[in-house]
Design a protein around this ligand. Structure first.
Ligand SMILES: [Zn+2]
Length: 460
């Protein structure tokens, strides 16, 4: 696809393309709209509110007050503790399901999720299992997951994305979003910045797919246009979000919400994540935390985006051709690869899923040779196409810095060498073609990591 000349669709067009969310109301005093939204989009006779102690104070009370006296029964509320920070553990989903099931005529009840990404994901999955459409009242522009069709939950001992339906309606109050703690808005900024790599990886995947690479879909112009053409402007206009600027946080939330609509449209995470999220998936499996608190998804993704940008720049550094394969490197057999991945992830829950993905994306020798030849032969054009979309590392770092995101691994409790070790594991994860797979196929993966480790610019 031509990734140069694109048009930005309106929010109404993005909503039309989304299969599950029917309305996004993003404004000041959105609470007064809630009764009408419930009547127009749900036809429900009762609601049940879910929040945690912090988000209840931030927006729960006002949501409930707005519903009182309008002929909709408030069937109850469940408020999780504010401290320690709520985990997206599946046991909380079961807790909510049990609470709903004892309501008289629960099938006429609309769940309302008042909170951040975690409260939303818990309600999203509970509502999905009960086949109930739900209303989301977000309290921070912290993740793109509000409007995604899946939820990131800790199940069977590891964090995984499980299927469930996105909220039918999102009612976001810009004053509430602006007052959210700075670290939440900067997390949302990190998650939005990751779409830069999602874009460059999609360009790479489309090309590799034409030579037979697995899970390397061609670019879908509708989903692409929903995210990519306006991305850098959205980021530039959102940098003040973590400082409580209302307009900035509004732009940030809209940018994040639209990426969810693109996922709803295309039914995959291809438009919204690439290699940078693979770094964060590794840290999620390893429960990365700092001073006892889990590092937020968006902060992990910010460091993942810097790492993936550095890797992409190093891969495409030479205009005359790709980096040479490291001498003596040989593509492993299936058995060797399986042993390699199992050794990297050890006894961790979730290891089996990684082994499965790594084997799915282990192509045969002929396909690997075809992919390598294709990139060598069209190096000039593919390089230009990727670099035209990639925000240079120095500019990305400056942008993330303005938005109060972490800029070096140490800020999220990691060392430089941890990034190198994570890159190796990230390449094994998820069957979704990225720059890491291309480099691994070409045999130059380790030489790029060596350059990354030796660099006095990247990740410093
Ligand atoms: Zn994300």
């Amino acid at each position: 696809m031509d990734t140069k000349n694109q048009t930005i669709p309106s929010l109404a067009d993005c909503l039309k393309a989304a299969s599950e969310t029917k309305e996004l109301r993003l404004k000041r005093d959105v609470f007064s709209d809630v009764p009408d939204l419930l009547k127009s989009f749900f036809q429900s006779s009762q609601v049940y509110l879910v929040a945690d102690e912090n988000t209840w104070k931030a927006a729960g009370i006002r949501t409930e007050d707005a519903i009182r006296g309008v002929g909709i029964r408030i069937a109850g509320r469940h408020i999780f503790p504010g401290e320690p920070r709520l985990h997206a553990h599946y046991t909380h989903v079961k807790e909510l399901i049990d609470l709903f099931k004892i309501l008289p005529d629960y099938s006429s009840c609309t769940p309302i999720a008042v909170g951040g990404g975690t409260v939303n994901d818990l309600v999203k999955r509970a509502a999905f299992e009960l086949a109930l459409p739900y209303l989301c009242v977000p309290t921070a522009a912290s993740v793109d997951g509000y409007t995604a069709y899946g939820a990131a939950l800790l199940m069977d001992g590891f964090k995984q994305t499980v299927p469930c339906t996105a909220p039918r309606v999102v009612a976001a109050d810009t004053d509430v979003l602006a007052k959210a703690p700075a670290y939440l808005s900067s997390s949302g900024f990190g998650d939005l910045a990751s779409k830069i790599i999602a874009g460059t990886d999609w360009i790479i995947a489309e090309k590799a797919g034409s030579a037979g690479a697995p899970a390397a879909e061609p670019i879908d112009p509708v989903a692409w246009n929903m995210i990519q053409p306006g991305l850098i402007d959205s980021l530039n206009q959102s940098v003040q979000a973590a400082r409580g600027d209302g307009e900035a946080v509004q732009t940030l939330f809209k940018g994040l919400a639209v990426t969810g609509f693109a996922m709803q449209y295309i039914k995959s995470s291809r438009p919204v994540s690439g290699a940078e999220h693979l770094f964060s998936h590794v840290w999620e499996m390893e429960d990365l935390s700092l001073n006892g608190a889990p590092v937020t998804h968006g902060h992990k993704v910010a460091i993942g985006t810097l790492s993936a940008t550095a890797f992409t720049e190093l891969f495409f550094a030479d205009p005359s051709g790709p980096p040479a394969a490291i001498s003596g490197w040989k593509r492993p057999s299936r058995a060797e690869r399986e042993a390699e991945v199992a050794a990297a992830f050890g006894e961790r829950p979730g290891c089996k899923a990684v082994v499965k993905a790594a084997l799915e994306k282990l192509v045969d020798d002929k396909t690997a040779a075809d992919i390598n030849a294709l990139f060598r032969d069209s190096w000039h054009t593919i390089r230009e196409k990727v670099l035209e979309r990639l925000l240079p590392y120095s500019e990305l770092k400056a942008l993330l810095g303005k938005a109060l995101c972490p800029l070096v691994p140490e800020t999220i409790g990691l060392r430089r060498q941890d990034i190198i070790a994570t890159a190796r594991k990230a390449q094994m994860m998820r069957n979704k073609y990225s720059i890491l797979d291309l480099s691994w196929n070409m045999g130059n993966f380790e030489s790029i990591l060596a350059k990354l480790e030796a660099s006095d610019v990247y990740l410093r």
